[in-house]
Design a protein around this ligand. Structure first.
Ligand code: UD1
Ligand code: MG
Length: 451
């Protein structure tokens, strides 16, 4: 049985009060629509069809190659939206799953369950329902005295008796494709001026065909995003889901409430995360690390057994056994090799620090390449910017940079060389020599062992 997926995303989202498309608002670090894409992708070998309309070009641009797009203009309701996907799926699939881009909490497992039920259904349609005392504006499921589903009635037109029904339509369907394409044109315009997909139920029942329902076991999955309150609600649920996932995978989270891990972050076993920590973007953290408290790590690779304490790390790479902080700032292109120690109030940007190098206090290293086992004294600065361009600094392995050294780039300090405290280095320092003063001069050659 071949499945095709349709993700509805054409509606205008007035209640979000936003200039950007609703489905591109971020949840746990990524656009809302990605959750619907991820839920359907493993079920089908065909890219899902996203039905776009209002601000459709922006949505299409953000989603890219992952989907095919159908354009719905004007937006004449959910049935009309599904109709737009017909040319892309007809003849290619025998079953269609229909979901919404603004229902990001629906899981792949739920869609799979629905599909499994539809596989055993002699009739053409299965749908998800929800038992809930709060209606959230959802349509009500009408059943006959034998419990057989008869129709879905939209809240706006329901009678008081119908409004009391606590079985709700989630809005997600699994439909036999051929039947769907024949049924859609039979749906008539509602008094609201829309074609309601929910009318499929009545059509099937009228034809004497069976409609099956699957009750959602976790009602939070049905949260649809219509305004910022829903967005925060969904964020909180994802936050909890993600933390639970990592705790079950062997990560210690001291205070899940104050630990924010975005959806695409990966964490190794026995890593401990302290409170008030934000792990964002495509961050990967190895095993047995200690992260936080009060730390932000964004789009960075952290090896195993690292410690990041009270620090900000962005687009950086830390190999194994690195420790940084408190108050370290690693910026784009910072690469700290194995065993680097970076203490308080340091900043590193677009630089490589070789294995075992130590930078204990108050330093700025930018556009530099630093060898192994270098000691960078307190207050060392690479003066990399001359007002027009950024210039490189190179420091050879085993060098010892005295406290408060200014390295006026472009400049090289050789292997095993030393600079005196307060040196202003404007010219290259040869290997194994000592340079001191302002501007720094080489005053003696060092024995190799001294370096
Ligand atoms: C719909 C269902 C309702 C269900 C509820 C669950 C219908 C008629 N009603 O109502 O029974 O309880 O979802 O959330 O289907 N969309 C389009 N094009 C359109 C209209 C909508 O793509 O012309 C998309 C929207 O972007 C949204 C989804 O379809 O992602 C649902 O539309 P919405 O207007 O929210 O439907 P509801 O009135 O909430
Ligand atoms: Mg809705």
């Amino acid at each position: 049985m071949k499945l095709g997926a349709i993700i509805l995303a054409a509606g205008k989202s007035t209640r979000m009060k936003t200039a950007i498309p609703k489905v591109l608002h971020r949840l746990a670090g990524k656009p809302m629509i990605e959750y619907a894409l991820e839920a359907v992708e493993p079920l089908s070998s065909l890219p899902p069809v996203v039905v776009v309309g209002y601000q459709g070009e922006e949505v299409q641009k953000a989603v890219g190659e992952r989907a095919q797009f159908a354009h719905q203009e004007p937006q004449l309701g959910t049935a009309h939206a599904v109709l737009q996907a017909q040319p892309l799926l007809e003849g290619k699939v025998d079953t269609v799953v229909i979901t919404y881009a603004d229902m990001p909490l629906i899981t792949q497992q739920t869609l799979l369950n629905l599909w499994e039920v539809q596989k055993t259904n002699p009739g053409p349609l299965s749908l998800l329902t929800l038992e809930s005392e709060t209606s959230r504006g959802f349509g009500r499921i009408l059943r006959d005295p034998n419990g057989k589903i008869q129709a879905i009635i939209e809240e706006a037109v329901a009678t008081p008796d119908q409004l009391a029904i606590q079985e709700l339509n989630v809005g997600i369907y699994c439909v036999q494709a051929e039947w769907l394409w024949k049924a859609l044109p039979r749906i008539s315009l509602s008094p609201k001026g829309e074609y309601f997909l929910t009318d499929l139920v009545e059509l099937a029942v009228k034809d004497g065909l069976e409609v099956k329902t699957v009750t959602l076991s976790d009602p939070t999955e049905a949260i649809g995003i219509n305004h910022r309150g829903h967005l925060a609600e969904a964020e909180a649920i994802l936050h909890q889901r993600i933390n639970t996932h990592w705790m079950l995978a062997g990560v210690t989270i001291i205070d899940p409430q104050s630990t924010y891990i975005e959806a695409d972050v990966l964490l190794g076993q026995d890593t401990v995360i302290y409170p008030n920590t934000y792990l964002q973007g495509k961050t990967v953290i190895g095993e047995a690390c200690m992260i936080g408290p009060n730390t932000v790590i964004r789009d960075s690779q952290i090896g195993s057994r690292c410690e990041v304490f009270f620090s900000v790390v962005e687009k950086a790479t830390l190999e194994d056994d690195v420790d940084v902080g408190p108050y370290a700032h690693l910026r784009k292109g910072a690469h700290l090799a194995k065993g680097v120690h970076m203490g308080n109030f340091g900043e590193v940007k677009n630089s490589y620090l070789g294995p075992g190098t130590k930078m204990g206090h108050f330093s700025y290293i930018g556009d530099a390449t630093i060898g192994a086992e270098v000691n960078i004294g307190a207050g060392t600065i690479t003066c990399n910017y001359d007002g027009e361009k950024k210039n490189p600094t190179e420091i050879g392995e085993g060098a010892f940079i005295g406290s408060d050294t200014m390295l006026v780039a472009p400049v090289k300090v050789g292997k095993g060389a030393r600079t005196g405290a307060g040196a202003v280095v404007t010219r290259d320092v040869p290997p194994h020599s000592l340079a001191v003063g302002v501007p720094a001069r080489v005053i003696r050659k060092l024995k190799d062992e001294d370096g």
